[in-house]
Design a protein around this ligand. Structure first.
Ligand code: ATP
Length: 452
């Protein structure tokens, strides 16, 4: 048996499971939420279920105690505390836990110093701090960090496969491909159970769960879950243990076929990696079409969200943020009479904003958002959360009133999601009656225009 194969069998498929430890005082003080554990799980492919995620302070004794709680044969991933400041104690804790020395790695030190020189750093204190970053517990190997200075550390200690990564998310992400390659040489990473996924928008969680109910009742053998995303709700059904006595993959396919007519119309995609703005851009780009937006209550958030997607410039032309009424008049040619008669948060104004920006920016599709995000500004007739969304297409203009149920931040997010998904539906289906469907949670039932 080759050494690589021996190494693979000695750990089985990381038979004692995955153990994650997130180190950092800021995680316990609520200043930062641990999102690194999710990043690590995603990179691992989702087939290795975490036995536990421990969040511990930057104190060696607590890090050691957390390492003690992991099981031999496991894959242990520690994130955070690898920097060069005095509160970064993870290296020291790992060496203490494994009872191994913590020598300086001369090659690593030279690399870190050269990098500091290249960045124009000269201060003595910086170079002194680098010395601690060059310490590597005996038995671990540094993995070069393509993004920041702190290297990752990988190796086998006390019968565990140990991976130690910096806490800064971008640095961690930069190291993950190298970590996965290293792991694959040692263990057969289990594959995730087969999964069917629908990503939906414009419906609340309970409404989505209700639409799945008939199929769920017929397929209780599958694992059903509903996850909130920034845009709406993701529906995920899995066939756990399909390879070891669980439901046959055929059950999953059958359930998916039954679910498709219910979820396809409200779904912007089936791929966990494709977010709603990217889904909108892909559709626009397939048509060679452009989009522009006119924003009031979202204050540029819709435009910022559209530009989060790399390559957005091929379909997004720009935005007019018209927060004040006179800006709506001067920049979007909204008639002052409409504002006086209906108010800024109204269907006619949303329509005029959409057509105004369509014309000013010369785009094929235009979205407009005008609403009362809260906490103040609501009235009996137009309570907080009331928002009009307008959509101008090459052939028609549509408006819809929404009543979002949350606070300012979430209401603005929901408005952005609803606007993007309305455009997505228009691009998917030329039939305008599919822009708003029965069961959409926040769309009110006012007539929605359609003429010019
Ligand atoms: P450095 O000290 O060089 O910045 P490090 O490896 O020591 O890197 P930490 O000091 O623990 O990392 O964390 C740096 C920053 O990274 C934190 O202030 C926090 O913003 C972020 N961070 C750390 N751990 C996590 C985590 N588990 N999830 C999300 N962000 C994190």
């Amino acid at each position: 048996m080759s050494p690589a194969a021996e190494a693979k069998t000695s750990h089985g498929a990381a038979s004692a499971g995955l153990w994650q430890i997130a180190v950092g005082d800021e995680l316990l003080e609520g200043r930062t939420v641990d999102s690194n554990s999710r990043r690590v799980q995603r990179a691992l492919g989702g087939g290795l279920r975490a036995r536990g995620i421990q969040v511990v302070p930057d104190r060696p004794a607590e890090i050691v105690a957390a390492l003690d709680r992991t099981a031999p044969g496991g894959l242990v991933v520690v994130t955070g505390g690898l920097g060069s400041t005095p509160d970064d104690r993870t290296r020291e804790a790992v060496a203490q836990w494994a009872s191994v020395p913590l020598p300086e790695n001369a090659g690593l030190r030279a690399e870190l110093e050269e990098r500091a020189h290249r960045r124009g750093l000269r201060a003595k204190a910086v170079f002194a701090a680098l010395a601690s970053q060059a310490q590597v517990p005996a038995g671990l190997t540094p993995l070069r960090n393509p993004v920041g200075s702190a290297p990752g550390l990988v190796g086998e200690l006390r019968g565990r496969l140990l991976v130690v990564l910096p806490g800064v998310p971008a640095e961690l992400e930069g190291l993950l491909p190298g970590v996965i390659a290293w792991l694959r040489e040692r263990v057969a990473l289990p594959v995730d159970s087969p999964v069917e996924l629908w990503r939906t928008a414009q419906r609340g969680e309970l409404a989505v769960v209700a639409s799945c109910a008939p199929v769920r009742e017929r397929h209780p053998e599958l694992a059903w879950s509903w996850w909130l995303s920034r845009w709406g709700v993701d529906v995920r059904i899995a066939a756990p243990g399909a390879t070891s006595g669980g439901p046959a993959p055929g059950h999953l396919a059958a359930a998916a076929a039954e679910l498709a007519p219910l979820l396809d119309p409200v779904s912007y995609g089936r791929d966990a990696a494709v977010e709603l703005p990217a889904a909108v851009h892909a559709r626009l780009q397939r048509r060679g079409a452009t989009v522009g937006v006119a924003e009031s209550c979202t204050g540029g958030l819709l435009a910022a969200t559209l530009t989060d997607t790399p390559g957005a410039s091929r379909s997004f032309r720009g935005a007019i943020v018209s927060y004040a009424d006179d800006v709506k008049v001067s920049q979007l040619a909204v008639a002052g009479e409409l504002l006086r008669r209906h108010g800024a948060v109204s269907g006619p104004v949303a329509e005029a904003m959409a057509t105004g920006v369509q014309e000013r920016l010369g785009v094929d599709y235009a979205l407009a958002v005008t609403g009362i995000a809260g906490p103040d500004g609501g009235t009996d007739a137009k309570p907080v959360g009331t928002t009009w969304i307008g959509l101008a297409t090459p052939s028609a203009v549509w408006t819809r009133r929404y009543r979002f149920p949350a606070d300012r931040e979430r209401n603005r997010d929901l408005a952005v999601a609803a606007a993007l998904d309305t455009l997505r539906r228009a691009l998917d289906d030329a039939d305008p009656s599919a822009l708003w469907l029965a069961g959409d949670s926040w769309a009110a039932s006012d007539p929605s225009g359609g003429g010019r």
